[in-house]
Write a protein of this length. Sequence first.
Length: 90
Amino acid sequence: MAERVVGPAGIDSTFGRVFAELRARTPNGPPFQRLVPTDLRIERLGPALVLVTFHLRNAERLGRRSVIFRADHGQWRIVHLHASNFAPPP
């Protein structure tokens, strides 16, 4: 997805489509996808704010992920997610 996704309704509809595509490509049932994060970094930005970055690798691409979590009434919630994918160099 190239466009920015905003708000709970946008997130639900966009990721609903992503998960439906994953399930369709795996007709034998779970697990539908196996994610193995590498190069994990966790950086505390403040008492209630954390930045998590990592890579997802497979034969077709390198995925970079950045997630910002905020503590909210004793629970950590995602307040921002960025995902980008690159074809590995030959």
